[in-house]
Design a protein around this ligand. Structure first.
Ligand code: E9O
Length: 606
C-alpha cells in the first residue's frame, strides 16, 4: 500500500465521516468464531439494542456497565451519509486512520475490504459501490480479540469450566462459555474506530505516493508514484517555510541540491525549519492533480556510541507515552494531543518514543512543527512467539508504518518492537527480516529494538540493530525498596550492554509507580517520594554513563498514568506517570523538568 495523508486543495477534497455512528455489540465470544451474523445486510438503526458511538473514540469506557468495557468479540458500526452528485467524477476513497484490532468494511451491505491491526491507516476505493446523489450505508465490523497470532499478542481462551459430580448434581466452577482474553502487555486494549474516517475525493489520474529524502547539506532526492503518466506533464516545485521557491523540476524522480538549506533541528538545538514539495500533474493543459508534501532538511547519523542530528551529537531527553485518556481511551483527540505536547515542552523534553504503537498522523505533523524528535515504534509489544505468520504480519505493519511516516523529519529512528523474548534462538531470523525490511525501505534512519526481558549475555538480536534501547527498573521490579543500590546497578547493567555491543544506547524505560497524593517520609513504594527517589538515583547513574559515552539518551516511563487491564499489580491502571492521568504534575515531574531544562538537547558527549 501507499497512503498519502488526507489533503484538501484545489483538486482534492474530502468529507469527514466522523460523528455519531450507530453501534451494536455481538455476544461476548471472541474472534475465533468468525462473523456469525451478517449484520452488514441489515439496518442496524432498527435494532432494539442499537445505540450510538462517537468516532473517533474507543468504545470501551462509554458505557455504563462493565459489559461494553470488557467486551471480547465483534461490534458493529454503521453510518448513513449522502454522497453528493457534485463529486461523481472523482474516485471515492474511504480512509480509516486506525481501527483496533480487526476491521471488515461494507458499503451498502457489500464487503469492500478488511484490515488487520490498529494504529495504522488503511483505505479502499469504493467508487464502484457508492450511489451518487443518494444516501449510502457504511458498515464496519470490528473485533478486538487478541491471540498468539495477532500483533500485539494476547492469550485467548475458553476457560475450562470444570464440571464435577457433587452428590449427583453436576456443578461447574465457571458459567458455560466463559472466555478470557488477556493482552500480553501492560495497557488497556482500547478498541473500536480510534481515529478519523474520511471519504477522500481524488481525481482519476492521481499522485499515489511521494518519497523525499533531504539532508543537512541541502542535497535531496524525491520520487513520486503516479497512477498513469499517459499524456501527463509533471511539475515539481519546492518551497521553503516562507513560501519562497527554491527548486523546480519536471520529473517524477530526481536528485537535486539547494544552497543554504534552513535545517530541521530538534528543540534546543535550533529551529525546526520545514519545506514543502509541490507535485502537479497537468493533463491537456489543465491541472489534474496536485499534492504538497511537507519535509525537512536534516540528517540522522550514528557512531558506535552516539546519535547525531545534522552532525551534532543528540542527547534524547524523553518520554515513553501513551495515547490514553479518560472516557475516550485511545481515541484521537486534538485537545489531549495538544496538552500532552505542551507539557512535554514545559518539561524541557526533546524526544519521545511512540510506545507501543504508531501515534496519530496529526501528532506526527506536530512533532515536525515543534521540533520534537521521535522514535516511531510498531505495535509489536511483548512478543513471545516468532512464527513465520507473525513475522509476515509484523513486516507488513513495519512497511505501512514507514510508508506513513517516512517524510517526517521529526522521525529519527524506527523501533521494531518493545520487550520481545529475544533470548529465544528463533527470534534472530525473525528480527533479521525486520531489520532488512526497514533498511531496504529507508536507508536514512537507524533501526532499533527496545530490550527488557533479555540481558547483554543472552539477547540473540541486539547486534543486528543500529542502536540499542534498554528498559531497566532497578528499585522497582528489581530490588524493591533498595534505593541506595540503584545507581550502581544501572551503571553496571548498561555498561555491560555497551561493552558487549559497541552501539549507541538509550535507556528507554525506568521509573516507579506513585499514587498521586500518597506521601510517605521516609519513602515507601507507591508514594510520590519513592517514585521521585528512584528517578533521582537512576539519574546519578545516567550522569556517569554520559561521561563514559555509554548512553545517548534517556526516557522516563511514563509521561502520564494510563489505563491497563486488571491485575494484582495495578490499581486503576499503571501509575508510573510523572503526570496523573488527568495531566497534573506529581513531585517527580519537577525533578525531571529541572534535569531536562538544565541539560538541554545539545549535550556534547564526545
Ligand atoms: C513496558 C511498559 O509498557 N515495560 C514494562 C512497563 C511496566 O511498568 C510497562 O508499562 O510494567 C516494564 C517491564 C519490566 C519488567 C521487569 C521484570 C523484572 C523481573 C526481575
Amino acid at each position: 500500500t501507499c497512503l498519502l495523508h488526507v489533503q484538501k486543495n484545489e483538486i482534492r477534497t474530502v468529507d469527514s465521516l466522523d460523528g455519531l455512528w450507530t453501534f451494536v455489540r455481538e455476544p461476548h465470544n471472541g474472534g475465533d468464531v468468525g462473523i456469525v451474523n451478517q449484520w452488514n445486510t441489515l439496518d442496524l438503526e432498527r435494532f432494539q439494542n442499537a445505540t450510538v458511538m462517537p468516532v473517533p473514540s474507543a468504545y470501551n469506557d462509554l458505557g455504563t456497565g462493565s459489559e461494553l468495557r470488557d467486551h471480547i468479540g465483534w461490534v458493529w458500526y454503521e453510518k448513513k451519509e449522502f454522497v453528493p452528485l457534485r463529486d461523481r467524477n472523482m474516485r471515492h476513497v474511504l480512509r480509516f486512520g486506525s481501527v483496533n484490532y480487526f476491521a471488515v468494511v461494507y458499503i451498502n451491505s457489500e464487503k469492500v475490504t478488511s484490515h488487520i491491526g490498529g494504529h495504522l491507516p488503511f483505505e479502499v476505493d469504493i467508487s464502484a459501490q457508492i450511489k451518487f446523489g443518494a444516501e449510502n450505508k457504511f458498515t464496519v465490523a470490528v473485533n478486538n480479540t487478541l491471540s498468539w497470532s495477532t500483533i500485539p499478542q494476547g492469550d485467548f481462551n475458553y476457560q475450562s469450566v470444570a464440571p464435577r459430580n457433587i452428590s449427583g448434581r453436576i456443578l461447574s466452577r465457571l458459567p458455560a462459555g466463559a472466555v478470557k482474553n488477556v493482552g500480553n502487555f501492560d495497557f488497556f486494549n482500547y478498541a473500536g474506530i480510534l481515529r478519523s474516517v474520511q471519504l477522500m475525493k481524488i481525481p482519476s489520474v492521481y499522485i499515489q505516493n511521494i518519497n523525499i529524502v533531504a539532508d543537512h547539506t541541502g542535497s535531496f532526492f524525491f520520487e513520486t508514484a503516479v497512477s498513469s503518466l499517459d499524456g501527463v506533464r509533471v511539475e515539481v516545485k519546492m518551497f521553503d517555510g516562507e513560501g519562497s521557491l527554491v527548486y523546480t523540476g519536471n520529473q517524477t524522480k530526481s536528485e537535486g541540491q539547494i544552497s543554504n538549506p534552513k535545517l530541521w533541528w530538534p528543540r534546543g538545538m535550533g529551529k525546526p525549519d520545514l519545506y514543502s514539495l509541490e507535485v502537479s500533474l497537468i493533463l491537456d493543459g489543465e491541472l489534474a492533480d496536485i499534492y504538497r508534501e511537507q519535509f525537512g532538511f536534516r540528517t540522522v547519523t550514528w557512531s558506535d556510541s552516539q546519535i547525531f542530528i545534522n552532525s551534532k551529537p543528540f542527547y534524547c531527553l524523553g518520554f515513553g507515552m501513551h495515547e490514553d485518556f479518560e472516557i475516550i481511551g485511545r481515541g484521537f483527540n486534538q485537545a489531549i494531543m495538544t496538552k500532552d505536547l505542551n507539557l512535554l515542552e514545559w518539561m524541557g523534553g526533546n524526544c519521545y518514543r511512540t510506545t507501543h504503537y504508531p501515534y496519530s498522523e496529526e501528532r506526527m505533523f506536530e512533532n515536525d512543527r515543534r521540533g520534537i524528535a521521535v522514535i516511531v515504534e510498531t505495535p509489536a509489544v511483548g512478543l513471545k512467539g516468532f512464527s513465520k505468520a507473525n513475522n509476515n504480519l509484523h513486516v507488513k505493519m513495519l512497511q505501512d508504518m514507514i510508508d506513513r511516516d517516512k517524510n517526517h523529519p521529526s522521525v529519527i529512528a524506527w523501533s521494531l518492537a518493545n520487550e520481545p523474548q529475544t533470548m529465544k534462538k528463533e527470534s534472530r531470523n525473525y528480527f533479521k527480516t525486520l531489520v532488512d525490511t526497514a533498511h531496504g525501505i529507508d536507508r536514512t534512519r537507524p533501526v532499533t529494538t527496545v530490550y527488557g526481558p533479555t540481558n547483554f549475555d543472552n539477547d540473540q538480536t541486539a547486534d543486528l540493530m543500529d542502536f540499542i534501547c534498554v528498559n531497566r527498573y532497578y528499585g522497582w521490579y528489581i530490588d524493591m525498596g533498595y534505593i541506595p543500590w540503584i545507581n550502581q546497578s544501572v551503571y553496571w547493567d548498561i555498561s555491560l550492554w555497551r561493552e558487549t555491543f559497541h552501539k549507541p544506547i538509550i535507556v528507554t524505560e525506568y521509573g516507579a509507580d506513585s499514587i498521586p497524593g500518597l506521601n510517605q517520609e521516609p519513602s515507601v513504594d507507591f508514594s510520590e517520594q519513592y517514585q521521585n527517589e528512584v528517578i533521582q538515583e537512576t539519574h546519578h547513574a545516567f550522569d556517569a554513563l554520559v561521561k563514559d559515552h555509554t548512553i545517548t539518551g534517556e526516557m522516563i516511563w511514563n509521561f502520564a498514568d494510563f489505563m491497563t487491564g486488571m491485575t494484582t499489580t495495578r490499581a486503576v491502571g499503571n501509575h508510573k506517570g510523572v503526570f496523573t492521568r488527568s495531566r497534573q504534575a506529581k513531585i517527580a515531574a519537577y525533578t525531571l523538568r529541572n534535569r531536562y531544562l538544565k541539560k538541554g538537547s545539545n549535550i556534547d558527549t564526545t
